[in-house]
Design a protein. Sequence first.
Lengths: 404, 404
Amino acid sequence: MEDILPQQSTSWQNMISTARCVFNSFGYHEIILPVAERTEVFTRTLGDSSDIVNKEMYTFEDKKGRSLTLRPEGTASVVRAVIEHGLLSSGNTVKVFYIGPMFRYERPQKGRKRQFYQMGVEFFGARSYYSDCDAVLCMSEICKKLDIPIVIKINTLGCKSCLVKYTEFIKKSLTNKQDDLCKDCATRIKSNILRVFDCKNKNCKNILKDITPIYEMVCDKDKQQFTSFKDVLNKFDVTFVEDRTLVRGLDYYSGIIYEAYIKDYNSDAVSGGGRYNDLVSIMGGPQTPSVGFAIGIDRLIEYKNDSSKKEIDVFLVSLGPSALHKNFELLITLRNLGFSAEMEYEEKSPKSQFRKANSFNAKYVVVRGEDEIKKDIIKIKDMATGHEKEIKENQLKTVLSNKT
Amino acid sequence: MEDILPQQSTSWQNMISTARCVFNSFGYHEIILPVAERTEVFTRTLGDSSDIVNKEMYTFEDKKGRSLTLRPEGTASVVRAVIEHGLLSSGNTVKVFYIGPMFRYERPQKGRKRQFYQMGVEFFGARSYYSDCDAVLCMSEICKKLDIPIVIKINTLGCKSCLVKYTEFIKKSLTNKQDDLCKDCATRIKSNILRVFDCKNKNCKNILKDITPIYEMVCDKDKQQFTSFKDVLNKFDVTFVEDRTLVRGLDYYSGIIYEAYIKDYNSDAVSGGGRYNDLVSIMGGPQTPSVGFAIGIDRLIEYKNDSSKKEIDVFLVSLGPSALHKNFELLITLRNLGFSAEMEYEEKSPKSQFRKANSFNAKYVVVRGEDEIKKDIIKIKDMATGHEKEIKENQLKTVLSNKT
């Protein structure tokens, strides 16, 4: 698990607040949930056979012996919460977003940390393809505002009956090829067979490329929805490609699904999502068609690798104890006026104090010693030009305002 | 562990962003840390005998058998991080703040949750009393900006040698009263004796009120620092009271300490902090005088119980499929212009759509049906006045801008 130090935290917070604005403008409201949930919240939603549930969860018992798990993703907790708080009374649409840490026990590598940050939305009571569009356009707008060029892979898994039919079909197609598949895929045939399409094994890929992909077999109505969905993406200049073998790693998806990748950047998906019409009822809530997506914040940060420089408006240099005292009062006054101000809090040499001012990237340095106090002035140095002048303390606000 | 639903999350986020501005203006930079740490990070810093370590930690093993704990407070993790990343090279001052969830296994009650949120600062390399002032004034400014009236209890525990002397003194004073103290205090005598002053037991309180409090026994230099500290608080109109029996619940404090309470509001402290000159070296870093405080966010929220009303700029009502399609495009266009806009994504009756517009507290409702499409206009209704008129779609931006 990694620390995010002050140098990086600024770009992290900028990203979050940009996303928060877009979420709000798309009508999503924030929900803040516990990082730990009862374990069954995840085993019931993600599927017993998923890698997450089997290998990657941080699970432990609380002092009463209840099994808790640090959330590996956001959707399951959100669904648990909206059901528990009765937000899904019939016909209601509920649009929420979340931002926060998630936890998976994986081998740490570039872009994959054990504590990582995701933000995402869930749109409950979302029947028409407009709601799929609403979600994708929101995700796309966030990346646009963040100046991150993405391409979105899209596909449709069709409705539940399409999915059932296709599962039968592919089971049959793979029956006599079982021995050629890798060990993981052999297991997948019994649990969630669609995931064989996620396999990176060359042999498996070879076998699968000859099998009719799910898209070809979905019903006309689902194809029509998918076409309308694409029309809207085109209308709003969203860059996408159709990927007819795209499935998603979790059990709960059906209908339109998608994954976003950063253009010309070699990395995993930065975002993924889709429709999940049955998850709410599986979790004990009313039948509620829903869509949602999540964005991996760490990966976006990594891409941006923000080089924004910290700087402050003014640094106060004090020569002698009276100056230290007067400067401290000035410091607080400046901050209350909205300027970023710093000083050396101990009696130190001018040289050491100027060094510190530089390390803060101060735009101005104020110097005050016995002389200045006697003359009731302060010295101010513009650090960009090197220009120095004497002013009255009450002129400082004007000087700083002109620059900032 | 509680969910924070959309209705509350707005006031929560407003609070956070106000605090973030004040932290930044006081020169503190954000650090974002894992919610779980190796268990020894907390046992070494909080003291083996503290209630937190003994009864309240969520501790569990990861898949490699290492003991991890969900952080019960922020300071220990921050100290671990600044040492690990080598930020404390000699003479450096480091000022950081954190905001995030903390975890304690307590009986849930008003203002005490098992997952709760804290924000706080740590100022490393802070020798003079100005740094104590810097922290307290920052805390006070946050409450002022949030319009939360507080009173701050202050005290000084003196330097390390004062503390050692006083510990000896009180041990002696309590020797023959041991049997009259409660069971917890009897244990405290052996572990951290100062905590007897935190005891709520009547008997214990009675015994302790006759014992010279620590403040009376600190050395002149520490008293002088404390006086200078109070002078600054007075100067900046911070409301405080001296509480000569104030100690803090954690082992690591020395010097000036404080706790903030909301005025005329019956609750526990909303903030607390103080000086901890030895903690960094105990954790294996260089000797680094430091100060810090934490604020409990849940308690502030509870006090504010914010009644801010959600509302949106415009809701789009569609009569028929073509209108639905045109309105969806208008919806996205409006959002991209910065307006908050919503619509019904399914074909529904006008009545049901207006009901929804009301539930969103829409300032305006746009209505579009076959008639409007034919005439190439839209109808717009001002929901405050009930006034309705027909306009061209491209006039909508101007109408909305005049109101918002």
